[in-house]
Design a protein around this ligand. Structure first.
Ligand SMILES: *Cc1c(COP(=O)(O)O)cnc(C)c1O
Length: 254
């Protein structure tokens, strides 16, 4: 572990856990039912190692190239010794599906039929790729996700594919206005995703997970039922600028 950086993450992890515990207290939930995914985008692979070593084995990336570069940098052996579980949380182009399918523990961002087709094609023989269907609950043109009224159809289609297992839903709420309370601004969108999840799980009990809540709004997300929160800055500090560059190997272990 790079001395200092890991200690910073450990302190911030306590804060994030305290926020989760508080939200669970308010809503009568158990903190053990909320999984933290550390979103390590822009950070070097050494930060992935730090996060796993302090007890956050779920690691999220939002760009395919950065994900695969970090996988390569850590190496399969090192990563499996560490027990890394990779999550892909960003927009996924169908022509990049082969870089992700069968290589990550969970794809959070399935939002259209063409992507269902592409993931199914590339999952690999005998493999089952777990996925979440991403919903654009705020109808925000800048955000990915299928329209809310298409969600159940897309879940039905994806779960009919032998190579895919749909275990829940994911959303990113619209950005709050400048001086809005981020937590309260996001809450109705989280509640909407939970309603969609309830409708889906009534029909298909395996659709349980709710991936919602980031650094600025994970409290209301957990109160509204999040089972997975995706946390970047609150856990790892500000994003790196310039971001980690896989071409500059000297920065790998920074
Ligand atoms: C970057 C990112 C996050 C984490 O964002 P923070 O605000 O830094 O916690 C979560 N989800 C997705 C899809 C992201 O791209």
């Amino acid at each position: 572990m790079s001395i200092g950086a890991g200690a910073g993450i450990a302190e911030r992890l306590s804060d994030v856990q305290a926020r989760i515990e508080h939200a669970c207290g308010v809503s009568g939930r158990s903190p053990g039912d909320v999984r933290i995914v550390a979103v390590t985008k822009t950070h070097p692979p050494g930060v992935v190692r730090d996060a796993v070593e302090i007890g956050v084995p779920d690691i999220g990336e939002n760009r395919v190239q950065e994900l695969t570069a970090k996988m390569d940098a850590l190496g399969t052996e090192d990563a499996s010794a560490l027990g890394v579980r990779w999550h892909f949380v960003g927009r996924l182009q169908s022509n990049k599906a082969s870089d992700v399918a069968g290589r990550v523990s969970l794809v959070h961002s399935v939002d259209r039929l063409s992507l269902v087709d592409a993931l199914e094609r590339h999952a690999g023989p005998g493999q089952v790729q777990r996925v979440l269907v991403q919903v654009n609950v705020g109808d925000d043109p800048r955000k990915g996700g299928c329209p809310p009224d298409r969600t159940l159809d897309l879940v039905a289609e994806a779960r009919s594919r032998p190579a895919l297992e749909v275990i829940g839903l994911m959303t990113i709420p619209p950005l709050p206005p400048e001086d809005a309370d981020q937590e309260e601004h996001a809450r109705p969108f989280f509640a909407e995703l939970r309603r969609l999840r309830d409708a889906a799980s009534d029909e298909w009990p395996e659709v349980q997970q709710l991936s919602m809540g980031m650094s600025g709004d994970l409290g209301s997300a957990v109160e509204e039922g999040a089972t997975i929160v995706r946390v970047g800055t609150a856990l790892l500090g500000a994003r790196r600028d310039p971001p980690w560059d896989p071409e500059s190997t000297w920065r790998t272990d920074e």
